[in-house]
Design a protein around this ligand. Sequence first.
Ligand code: ZN
Length: 433
Amino acid sequence: MEESPVLRNRTSGYTCVGTSKRDQTDRQREDASRTSFTDSSMDAMGLEPSNSDINGPRDAGQDSGVEATSSDSSSAESTGVKPSRKRRVVRDRLMRERSLSECRKRSTKQKHRERSNSEPSVPALGGGLADFLEGSKRVVAGAEDFMMNVLQASWRIVHHHKLPEWLQDNEYLVFGHRLPLNSFRACFKSVFRIHTETGNIWTHLLGMLAFICIATYTLSSRYIDWMWQDITVHSVFFGGAIICLTFSWLFHTVFCHSESVNKLFSKLDYCGIALLTVGSFVPWLYYGFYRYPVAHIVYLVSIIGLGTGCIVVSLFDKFAAPEYRPVRAGLFIALGLTGVIPGFHFVVIEGFQCAVYEFGFLHLILMAILYIGGALMYAFRVPESIYPGRFDIWFQSHQIFHICVILAALVHFRGIQIISHARLTSVRCSLHA
Ligand SMILES: [Zn+2]
């Protein structure tokens, strides 16, 4: 807020410098004006200032406001009688009080003027209080109607039983489903809306961004002794994770576009799972079995071949049909077990202690728990199957599964860091020391 202009007292000629800041105390204002007034009034009367006033301002009294006091002074001089010290003190006090009062009035008026200029007008209260409250209610109701119209204009969210058959996936999510949108633009706009897929989209969208950052940082600050094989196996892992998460959030974004788009992106989603699985175990097998060339090659070829087979099969239309659900599940479980079997193999040939330090075995077990736990919650639709309708938007089983996938991938990355460090620095566990 700006400072108020300088107020000049026309009667006494002293300047009252007030500010419109509300935290400035009246005492400060009074002290300032008292000092100014004393000097100016004494100047105006032609009297000598006291010792305490010698250093005060002496030109303020030259204003037009000195007329009244000048006349008093001149009349006293004309009569040849100098006013006594006591009379001067009394007169000064009266003039000071009068001037201070006028200064306050002017300052208050100035504050009101500034406030009325800077603040919006407020309806009068008192008798108009009821009208004011009624008007406020109408404004709020109008805003709510406007927001509802905007939401309704964007799309409708409906109950599960109103969905077409190809969109009826989870009957325990009662309300909040998107209808077929038939527009990619509308599908991507729905990323920023609240519905049953909002959590599924954002969990893997944010996961994808996180892995892009981790991959960029890791590959740009790699060890000096990294060779092209090290960069390749790390890139395979990061590529699999980023592609999987990307296909996943894209699938959840556009799967309500139309039936054909739904089928296409569900295939890509399956491919992403296969790529993440293969990408996770390639660096693990590469570093873990580097001293066992045969097992090294057999396991790497097996996981890559099985992963490629999963991707090819995922692209068949029949693979997505309900009657092939067991085949689908069995194929992906086999793909996952291809990574677990080498872990136990390593324990058998090297021992548990070496498996922990050189093979990141504990990370492997934690990763398996996360994957299996998330998959079981997804398969049994927990918790929405226990409380139908309560987890329509947040904390539904598919979101939990998504979070488990991200956590498992992060655990896997940490395990890869451990075993790659052991391999590159030739650190052996105590059994081989
Ligand atoms: Zn998903």
